[in-house]
Design a protein around this ligand. Sequence first.
Ligand SMILES: Cc1ncc(COP(=O)(O)O)c(C=O)c1O
Length: 366
Amino acid sequence: MVWERLIRDELKPLVPYAPGLREEQVREASGRDVILKLSSNEHPDGPFPCAIEAMERELAGLNRYPEGGASALREKLARKHDVAPGQIVVGNGSNELLRLIAQAVVRPGDEVVYAWPSFVVYPIATTMFGGTHVRVPLDASDTHDLDAMAEAVTECTRIVFLCNPNNPTGTIYARRAFERFLTRVPHDVIVVLDEAYHEFVTSAECPDGLSFFDGVRPLVVLRTFSKMYSLAGARVGYGVMPQPLVHALDCIREPFNVNSVAQAAALASLDDRVEVARRREENQEQKTYLYSGFDRLGISWVPSEANFVWVKTEKPVEVFEGLLAEGVIVRGFGTTPALRVTVGAPEDTKRTIEAFEAVVARLGSV
Ligand SMILES: Cc1ncc(COP(=O)(O)O)c(C=O)c1O
């Protein structure tokens, strides 16, 4: 078995990342023309008009390699966040940055602490580089238990991944709990704050990770253009981190990791703060609509600070299948008694509730 010997043992427990079902797959099976894809926390609207224009302008220059250092985008982000351009790495989505950080610091046997359930890429990145998983369950309100996570840190810990708001539960940890956590975690452990959904947050309780960044402590803040800015297909995210870590990541990343169309789109998107505020407000209104619909159907849900809602059900597989039959794709997590439902446009949330209603009528209680 040549492949058995060739492929690294650490990789053997891994299975490929399973993306949400595609609309075409469900269209055929459900017999419905219009499919609602609520499984990947994408924004229902397209990219900002200024981003589309910027991308179109970029197309004729695709014979050239992109600017490898993404310097214009780095500089603009540095001004926005009041950090130095040399404290920023732009990635092919923030996903790439999660992997690169693990690659830069995790040696076989090093411990990586993360909450569970949380974003699936933390365990993948840990396994990929031979790290030891230290999973800390969310607390009874589906929130990071930061005291337990601080407790879980040992002298073998290299990274703690925190996801705020947490994917898949949409919960946040509060500023006070985070401040206490930071005082307890030693300064030779990298704390990675994955804030992919930060732009949707409305709670004043939610800490802005960047306000804790001083360029010295090994703290990393990751943000993405995939969610609020509707650029998931372009693949662009960024991390703010101390300069020595930027240097390490610049050395190991693919030299042209972010394509020029994505760089142009991200750069333009940063100008439209009005649209960000409008989308945040609309997301909030649609969540409120979903909450009241779920209440009416007797379905319990977890208050979310993101663009998705964690819906509790004792029959996750049946409800998932029932929604598919209604042409609605949500995200299931095996037998975990909950489903993650992305917040759609106003017409989508109405249909989401109608689909749940049909499923409840068929299954009795859910
Ligand atoms: C918590 C979290 N972090 C990171 C990402 C990766 O985003 P991207 O690679 O598109 O920037 C996602 C995507 O779903 C996410 O949910």
